[in-house]
Each structure stands twice: as structure tokens, then as C-alpha cells.
Design a protein. Structure first.
Length: 264
């Protein structure tokens, strides 16, 4: 069984080695779609033999992040490199870890049952201190606590307002034609295209969102990403959480830390 993962990346040198370590443990090919990073991200990729780096830049606002362009990068990449060429495909951000203690066995079982779209249980993982990467070390062995997100609402799969959340539908059979929303929060498409989806009954697979590595880390990321938001994002109210005031971000991290329980 073969698995591809496509990751979008910009200046992710802190978490990226953990991400590549994680996906190298069960994926056959890792595509990092780098949005012109200025840190060590592209060089970190060179330490992982399964990784192929593809660079992309905004066609409308150089140096800015455009959510619409980013989702098309993922969509076109999986169609070009993975569609029909692998068993499963994952479309993720660098802080999103698909996880199950027996992930390949679960995916093999889904295949045998004709399930082509596993549901995921999103979890906001949180820590007090940002971990330092050491080769061979897994982030899932270091940060195990977090806060579960609401499950993906399959009955409302076509309704944007109802389907928005962090239990994202980002892993599926590569033979499917899947176009995800901005941020990959829900599935776009009419019933003629999504009628072929066979979802798992339970969300056995977790989607671990390692955004809140520490208070200072998440504040820094908000500042960096807020400065890169494109006019398209601002005008259409996409990803505006990156513009939150520092005190709001610190309070959010504090709240998650106080609510966190063991997830894995």
C-alpha cells in the first residue's frame, strides 16, 4: 500500500523536521510545496530522502499568502503527482499530523471495506514549551495533550457554514476527485462529484493540529502570517485570525492549556 502526502509550507523551520519525521514513518512520498520560504525550511527537506520540494509563489501579490491560490496548489499537485498513482493521499499544512497508532493497518482495512474517505477527529495539540528537534524523535512522543475538535459533520458535507471545523477531510483515496475549501475545512463540489464518497462510520484517525507549541511560538506565527495576508484574504475575510491581537492569542493558548487532556 502506498501513501503520498502533500504539504504547504512557508518558514516552518521549527515544526517542519518533526512533520517530515512523522510522515516519513508511513508515507512513501512527501511533497513539500514551499511558498518561497526565507528560513531553513528548504534545506531541512534535504535531510529526508522521501521529500520532493516544489516552489510556488503568489501570482497576484508577490510575497503574500493567498488562500485561494494555496488550495489550488494542493489540488493541482495531487492530481498531477498522486491521482491514481497511489492508494491514499493526504493534503495537509505543516502543523497537521494524520495519526493512528496502526495507521497503515487501518487504511488497509478501509480499502478492504470499500471505504475511500476516512473521517478524522481533529485535536488542537498544546504545550507550554516549544520542543527542539533531534533526528529520529517524533513530536507525537513529546506532545500528547490537547483539546478535541467537533467531528466532521457528514450529513452537512455540502453546507459551508455547517461543515466548517478542524476535523478536516484531508485524507482520501487518490482516485477520487476532491476539491477542498479554503483552509481545507470542508469539501467543495456538487452531489454528482461527491456521491462517490464512502465515508468511514467512525473517526478512527486523528488529525493532530500542532499549532500551539508554546505561547511565544503561536504569538510569533500569528505575527509572521498576519503580515503576509493577501488583499484577497482580507477582502474576503479568510484567515483573519492571524490578525488577532497578541493578548487574544495568549489567552487562547492559555485556555487550551488549561483544558488539555491526553489525546494520544
Amino acid at each position: 500500500m502506498n501513501i503520498d502526502v502533500h504539504l504547504t509550507c512557508w518558514n516552518e523551520e521549527v515544526i517542519l523536521p518533526f512533520t517530515l519525521e512523522h510522515y516519513s514513518s508511513f508515507c512513501d512520498r512527501i511533497f513539500v510545496h514551499d511558498n518561497m520560504s526565507t528560513d531553513m525550511s528548504p534545506f531541512i527537506c534535504m535531510n529526508f530522502p522521501k521529500v520532493t520540494v516544489k516552489f510556488w509563489e503568489s501570482k497576484t501579490e508577490k510575497g503574500k499568502f493567498n488562500d485561494n491560490e494555496a488550495r489550488h496548489v494542493k489540488y493541482e499537485a495531487y492530481k498531477k503527482y498522486s491521482k491514481g498513482k497511489t492508494d491514499w493521499v493526504i493534503l495537509a499544512d505543516c502543523d497537521e499530523f494524520i495519526y493512528h497508532p496502526h495507521i497503515t493497518e487501518v487504511l488497509k482495512f478501509y480499502k478492504s471495506q470499500g471505504i475511500n474517505y476516512p473521517l478524522t477527529q481533529g485535536c488542537q495539540m498544546v504545550a507550554a514549551d516549544t520542543p527542539s528537534y533531534k533526528p529520529g524523535h517524533q513530536l507525537i512522543d513529546i506532545i500528547k495533550t490537547g483539546v478535541p475538535d467537533p467531528p466532521f459533520p457528514v450529513p452537512e458535507v455540502y453546507t459551508e457554514e455547517e461543515a466548517w471545523g478542524y476535523s478536516k477531510p484531508i485524507i482520501f483515496d487518490s482516485n477520487l476527485d476532491v476539491f477542498l475549501s479554503l483552509g481545507s475545512h470542508f469539501i467543495r463540489g456538487d452531489k454528482s462529484s461527491t456521491g462517490k464518497f464512502v465515508f468511514s462510520e467512525e473517526a478512527d484517525i486523528k488529525l493532530l493540529h500542532y499549532k500551539f507549541l508554546s505561547e511565544d511560538y503561536v504569538v510569533s506565527r500569528h505575527r509572521q502570517l498576519g503580515e503576509r495576508l493577501s488583499h484577497y484574504n482580507i477582502e474576503n475575510d479568510y484567515s483573519l485570525a492571524w490578525l488577532d491581537e497578541e493578548i487574544q492569542v495568549r489567552k487562547q493558548h492559555e485556555a487550551y492549556l488549561s483544558l488539555a487532556t491526553q489525546i494520544i
